[in-house]
Structures are given as C-alpha cells and as structure tokens.
Design a protein around this ligand. Structure first.
Ligand SMILES: NC(=O)c1ccc[n+]([C@@H]2O[C@H](COP(=O)([O-])OP(=O)(O)OC[C@H]3O[C@@H](n4cnc5c(N)ncnc54)[C@H](OP(=O)(O)O)[C@@H]3O)[C@@H](O)[C@H]2O)c1
Length: 305
C-alpha cells in the first residue's frame, strides 16, 4: 500500500463547490507527485465524486493505480427541490441516498459505481459507515457479500470505512476484511483506536488506512483559528487548546502542525497509508511536502508519539 493517498470527497463538492479546473489540477498534481491511490464513494456528492474522479483518471495507466470506492448507500431519484448541503455536499438533490446492506444491494452498488467511474474494476471495496445505517445487517449480510465478491474475483480486497472503533472491531473479528479505513480515530489529536482496534489489525495482518487525519480541519493549518472545525462542526474549546499546544511544540522545532498530523498515524505499525482529502493542486503539493518533512525524533518523544 502507498503511504499517501488522495481522498476524493472534495471532488464531490464537500461543503462547497470544487470547480472542474480545481478538480483536474488536484488529480494531475497528485499523479505528478507520485500519488497512486484514489478513494471515493457514492455518498460523496451523490455520485459527483465518482464521476469526476473516473473522468480525471481515464487517461492514466489503470494498472499503475489503486482505486477504492464504497457500498451501503444506493443512489436513487431524490426530491429535486434544492441542494444536498444538509448532508454536507453542494450538489443538486436530484438523487438521494437509500441504505441497502443486503447482498443484492451491495452488488448493485458496486455495479453502479463502476458505471459512474467508467472502469471495469475497483481494487478495494469498502462497506461505508455501517454505524450510520443498518449495522447488524451490514456485518451479517453485506460483509459476507463483499467477501464472496472477492472470492469471485470481482474485487481484490474488501474492507470497512468508519469512524466507529467498536463497529470496526466487530468487522475485524469476522475475519472477512483485508483493510480498514479508520476515520478520525487515530490522529495527532486523539487515538481511541490505539487500545484494541489497531493491535487487532496488526495481529491479523489487516492494513489500516487512516483518514480525516486533520480531524476535518483543525489540524490542517500551521495555526489553529478560533473557527477551526472538528468532526465537521465547530471545534470544542478543549480540542482548540490541545491543537494549539501541539502547534506550539511543533513550532519550537521549526515544524508545522499539519506536517505532524500527516506523519503521526504512519508511525503506528498497523497503519500503512494516510488518505488526505484535497481540493486543489496547491493543497496536494503542500501536503506531499508536509508528508516528506523531516521531523526530529525529539519532537515525537515530546508529544508522546
Ligand atoms: N467513513 C469513511 O470511510 C471515511 C470518512 C472520512 C473520510 N474518508 C476518506 O478520507 C478522505 C479525507 O477525509 P476528510 O476530508 O474527512 O479529512 P481530512 O483529510 O482530515 O481533511 C480534509 C480537509 O482539509 C483541508 N486541507 C487539506 N489539505 C490542506 C492544505 N494543504 N491546506 C489547508 N487545508 C487543507 C481541506 O479543506 P477545504 O475543505 O477548506 O479545502 C479538506 O477539506 C475523504 O476524501 C474520503 O476519501 C472516508
């Protein structure tokens, strides 16, 4: 697995519109910078991310890159009255998400994703946010369906993408997953996955892809503004204080907070990859430089990482 991957929720207009020029610039900069792993989902902008990413990757050698998408929500005709901002995406609501964790639903979701992406295969297929939908059915039906699809050769690897450590632990316990996409639960700011989930993954040889390593914004900039976001909302005071203390410790060594945020998860032996959500070429180039920054061991020791 590559160390750094490209998260395409932003290509689905997460929070606000990403222009076509920005999207193209971001994907081109990622490819030129050596990024070879791209992650998307039907959820991201009601298919917008998959369509855009597929079109932007179309000219590139498919065998040289890894592509992941997710299942769990089908896209079906929506109200068509406005936008999808209540779910976080600046796209028209002419489609809506319908949970479907049945075997048939999972297989249909996969086929529809391939169509939107304009490709004949994805490398990893994740079960998306099982904690937000019918969780029991996700584990009992959707996960075995994914494993069956892997056995049939439809996908190379299967996994679960979630912010819920307990659900991920249950999924790992089924013995069916190759990968886990862990959102926001092992970051510079907080590490609830360290106690049980990451050791379980390590023991079973399950690769962990860490995402939301900026905790959705609060760790993305060298200084932490009062209006920083945490978990897609206003950051609580305790988080602001903790992030500022980390930024100050980093600055003392001439290092910036996002450099630490990107590299921190990769110090854990279970975590192979960090996938970063990026909207522009500038963000991609900056983050690749941050991923390569030399961070003194003394600083890691000082912050207990
Ligand atoms: N359950 C799941 O499976 C799951 C959950 C979450 C994420 N993911 C995946 O992981 C990816 C990343 O997650 P994420 O978007 O939540 O989190 P993130 O990587 O923690 O944060 C992304 C945000 O950081 C900002 N940013 C990135 N680079 C920056 C830079 N150089 N300078 C300033 N700001 C910068 C961008 O802000 P702006 O918006 O201001 O441009 C971007 O929206 C997603 O795209 C998705 O592929 C999966």
């Amino acid at each position: 697995m590559p160390r750094i991957g490209f998260g395409a929720a932003q290509l689905g207009n997460l929070y606000r519109r990403t222009t076509d020029a920005e999207a193209r610039g971001a994907v081109d900069a990622a490819w030129e910078g050596g990024i070879r792993l791209f992650d998307t989902a039907p959820h991201y902008g009601l298919g917008t991310s998959e369509r855009r990413l597929g079109a932007l990757l179309a000219g590139l050698p498919r065998e040289e890159l890894l592509l992941s998408t997710k299942v769990g929500r089908l896209l079906r005709p929506g109200p068509g009255r406005g936008d999808d901002l209540e779910n976080g995406f600046a796209v028209p609501d002419d489609l809506e998400r319908v949970w479907d964790m049945s075997e048939q639903g999972v297989r249909r979701s996969h086929e529809e994703s391939l169509e939107r992406l304009g490709t004949d295969r994805v490398d990893t297929l994740y079960l998306h946010d099982p904690e937000e939908g019918p969780t029991e059915q996700a584990l009992a039906e959707a996960l075995p369906a994914l494993a069956a699809m892997r056995e049939e050769g439809l996908v190379s690897r299967v996994g679960v993408g979630s912010k819920d450590v307990d659900v991920l632990l249950k999924a790992v316990g089924t013995g069916l997953v190759d990968q886990v996409m862990l959102s926001g639960r092992y970051t510079l700011l907080e590490q609830p996955a360290a106690a049980a989930l990451l050791p379980a993954c390590l023991e079973r040889g399950i690769e962990v892809v860490a995402v939301s390593v900026f905790n959705s914004g609060i760790l993305a900039r060298p200084t932490v503004p009062d209006d920083a976001t945490y978990e897609y909302g206003a950051a609580p005071r305790e988080m602001l204080e903790r992030a500022r203390a980390l930024a100050a410790a980093a600055a003392h060594h001439g290092i910036e907070l996002p450099d630490l945020a990107i590299q921190h998860p990769l110090r854990h032996p279970a975590i192979t990859t960090v996938v970063l959500g990026m909207r522009t070429a500038h963000q991609v180039r900056e983050n690749l430089a941050r991923a390569a920054a030399r961070i003194p061991e003394e600083l890691w020791e000082q912050i207990g990482a």
